[in-house]
Design a binder for this molecule. Structure first.
Ligand code: NDP
Length: 328
């Protein structure tokens, strides 16, 4: 038997999430079985557990788009019993039972070896949120945004993706401006490396097609009017990475920033990102993220607390990252 959070949708009870006991017969198809040590709560897990977004594609479903653990059984050539592994995305926790459980069975092709620089709980403190932040930074670099080019704006800065993005960019020498709706987190964001804190309200309402040029680059986790206003205030040939929708999925912009200022909008997807990009992102995280900052960004909870914490995450009350110890 093993414990797991199980989401279900039935006529009798509607949309539910419970902590349950499952047995090996409940494990799906896959060539690698993992004893999970830690998982985490990302925004998408919050949507899945609370039912606030159509994330789960099959019921019943074990949520958890991330996991770190040890291989218990494997017929995959790259993994043997005892190997430490990490999984991010690939539709796990959406269409394939995920990491908020003590056991998971997966495709070996989805797994990456746990980087030597990290303990399993540190890999989950990073999780999909942190690995996505790294993908955003890599995209800024690929498009030529170097620290000397000017200020980088991070929106949703006190959230998971935002916090890790601030820490990475600051360590790389960028001047980071953190946009948040929680002024109380200003000191936290400065400790992570933000040079300035701005109120997210200045981006959240409908704005003009073009505004005063300020940002050399941006990491946007928020979407909607925020993303439109960020593009409108990005400098000539600046780069905006778009990875999230915390304000909304819409993008009420004009083409003006793109055709008059040559702004680049770079889309970031972590879920189906090819293995080579994942390995590069994890190896960059090992060098470009100060692991001591992870302690500041993260707090740990047990599996039984994850359902309540998902509600808090959706209410925007959680700072940084949540690591879930699935064995307590
Ligand atoms: P969190 O919930 O940890 O952070 C989201 C942050 O967004 C909040 O902390 C808050 O920051 C800000 N926010 C919330 N509501 C609003 C609002 N109405 N208007 C403006 N800002 C708001 O989520 P994550 O960091 O895990 O994820 C952030 C986004 O990135 C999500 O939309 C998620 O789905 C997406 N994502 C996408 C990935 C991809 O592959 N493209 C991978 C991972 C995440 P503050 O309090 O500082 O204002």
């Amino acid at each position: 038997m093993y414990k797991a959070i199980v989401i279900n949708k039935t006529e009798a009870e509607g949309y539910t999430a419970h902590l349950m006991d499952l047995d090996d017969g409940d494990l799906p198809e896959g060539d690698v079985t993992v004893k999970v040590a830690y998982s985490t709560l990302n925004y998408k897990d919050g949507l899945a557990i609370t039912g606030k977004g159509p994330v789960v594609r099959k019921f019943p479903m074990v949520p958890g788009i991330d996991l770190a653990g040890t291989v218990m059984a494997s017929t995959h050539a790259d993994f043997k019993v005892g190997d430490a592994v990490v999984l991010n995305g690939w539709g796990v926790g959406e269409g394939h039972p995920g990491g908020l459980a003590q056991k998971a069975r997966l495709k070996g092709d989805w797994l990456v070896p746990l980087p030597a620089a990290f303990k399993p709980e540190q890999a989950m403190a990073i999780g999909t949120a942190g690995y996505t932040a790294m993908l955003c930074v890599m995209a800024l670099e690929r498009h030529g945004v170097t620290p000397d080019k000017g200020e980088i704006l991070v929106t949703g800065a006190a959230g998971g993706v935002g916090s890790v993005a601030v820490a990475i960019l600051a360590k790389l020498g960028y001047t980071v401006v953190a946009s948040t709706g929680r002024p109380s987190e200003g000191e936290y964001l400065k400790t992570l490396g933000a040079a300035e804190i701005v109120d997210r309200a200045q981006f959240s309402e409908p704005g003009r097609p073009l505004g005063k040029e300020r940002w050399a680059g941006a990491v946007d986790t928020v979407g909607s009017h925020t993303l439109a206003n960020v593009c409108a205030t990005t400098r000539y040939r600046g780069v905006v990475t778009c990875c999230g929708l915390a304000q909304g999925m819409d993008f009420p912009s004009t083409v003006a920033p793109f055709i008059l200022r040559g702004v680049t909008l770079a889309g970031i997807d972590s879920v189906m990102a090819p293995k080579a990009d994942r390995l590069e992102a994890w190896s960059r995280l090992a060098t470009d993220l100060d692991v001591r900052k992870l302690d500041l960004i993260t707090h740990q909870i047990g599996l039984s607390e994850a359902i309540d914490a998902a509600g808090e995450l959706m209410a925007g009350k959680i700072r940084g990252r949540v690591v879930v110890d699935v064995n307590r």
